[in-house]
Structure formats: structure tokens, C-alpha cells
Write a protein that binds this ligand. Sequence first.
Ligand code: HEC
Ligand code: HEC
Length: 187
Amino acid sequence: MRKKFKVAAFLAGALLLNSAYAVAEENFWLWAVNFSRQKGVKPVTDKQYQDECGGCHFAYQPGLLPAKSWEVLLTAEALRKHFGANAELDNDTLKVIHDYAVDNAADKSWYKRSRKIAVATAEGPAPLRITELRYISRKHHDIPEKMIKGNKGVKSLSFCDKCHTQSAKGVYDADTVNIPNYPDWDD
Ligand code: HEC
Ligand code: HEC
């Protein structure tokens, strides 16, 4: 190789390496920023999901259950017998909602609580309720029944939004809880 040529090749190589490094570094910071933000569960972003699944109860974020659960819950037949209610949808709407839930399920999400749910449900049958998840039931173990079922302002642990004031944002931290009729629940 002629000397001039060698220098050019070296420079080109150095440039390539440098830009690859810059991209990696930029990705790292993007990742770090997102990772630190993604503490809870990804909020619902699909309007159809929000409207159709938020009519009878709070629209549960898909990231609260693994994809295998949404596959069982979101079929035409299952929705006709949805926890004792008829939550039937037309086929087009069902497809949108099914795909949205599966694509954003706990095992497809990097949000911290979804990761925990995904790991805890990786083995075994598909859970059909969020309240059935050990991760969730453990967190609520110490709340007396009179504050849940016996509480007119709550009625069921399934109604997350009654106590979790920021649940619509996917935030479930203990310091954002307010149990209706029990303002001093954590004393
Ligand atoms: C016609 C009313 C109705 C509609 C519409 C509806 N649901 Fe429900 N859903 C219920 C009832 C009733 C329960 C049981 C609540 C309880 O046990 O206290 C329930 C429970 C659930 C649960 C289990 C909650 C738990 O206890 O952990 C999930 C998950 C769920 N619904 C998802 C959906 C999704 C997704 C949609 C939209 C396709 C939807 N629901 C639409 C009535 C409805
Ligand atoms: C009766 C009120 C009530 C309802 C309804 C309720 N929660 Fe909670 N939740 C609490 C309280 C109180 C705590 C904090 C317990 C503690 O002090 O550690 C909590 C804790 C949690 C935590 C852990 C928070 C943390 O900081 O570690 C998660 C996650 C959570 N709830 C999710 C849910 C979901 C999802 C639902 C609905 C399926 C739900 N909760 C329904 C009262 C409620």
C-alpha cells in the first residue's frame, strides 16, 4: 500500500469507530433517561382501548398482565362472559384492542412494575385477574377488609383507581394512595 493511501484508510477507520462510539453513547443516555422514568406501568395510549375497557371499571393498563392473559381474556367468546358481565365488541374493535393489549403486555414492557409482573408470571397458567397476581395480592395483604369490600367508596380491590390517585398515569406508589373514607389509613 502506498503511504498516502494508508493514512487515508487509517483516518476513515478512526472516523467510523468514533461515530459508532458516539451512537452507542447517545443510545446509552437515551436508555438511561427512559429507564429512570419508566418506574410504574405504561399509561394507556389507545383511545379505543380507553373507551371500551374503561366503561365499567378503570381501563387497566395492558402492562398489568402478561400477553398470555390478554390472549385468553380478549376473545369474542370470553368477552361475552367477562367476569359475569357481557363486554362484547364488534370484530374490528376487538382486533384493535386485542393487538394493543398483547403488544403492550407486561412481558413486552420495560416499565419496572411490568417487568416484575412478567417475571412472576413467566411460568404457569395465564392469570385472569390482576388482583390474583401474587405480586399484587402481597402488596394489599395488610389492608383490612372493612377498607375494601366493606367500604362503599371502594367495594372491590379490582377498582384500583378508587385508592390509587395516579393510576391513570400508571403510577401505583404507596405515597400516592388515598383510601376513600379512611384518610388516616396509614397511621
Ligand atoms: C360491561 C362491563 C365491562 C366492560 C365493558 C369491561 N369489563 Fe372488565 N370487568 C367487568 C367486571 C364486572 C369485572 C369484575 C370486577 C370485580 O370482580 O370486582 C371485570 C374485571 C376485569 C379484569 C380483572 C380485574 C381484577 O380483578 O384483577 C380485567 C383484567 C378486565 N376486566 C379487563 C377488561 C378489558 C381489557 C376490557 C375491554 C375489552 C373490559 N374489561 C371491559 C366488567 C366489564
Ligand atoms: C382499597 C384501596 C386499594 C385498591 C382498590 C387497590 N390498592 Fe394498590 N395499594 C393500596 C395501598 C394502601 C397500598 C400500599 C400498601 C403499603 O403500605 O405498602 C397499595 C400498594 C400497591 C402497589 C405497590 C406500591 C409500592 O409502592 O410498592 C401496587 C403495584 C398496587 N397497589 C397496585 C394496585 C392495582 C393494580 C390495583 C387494582 C387491581 C390496586 N392496587 C387496588 C390500596 C389499594
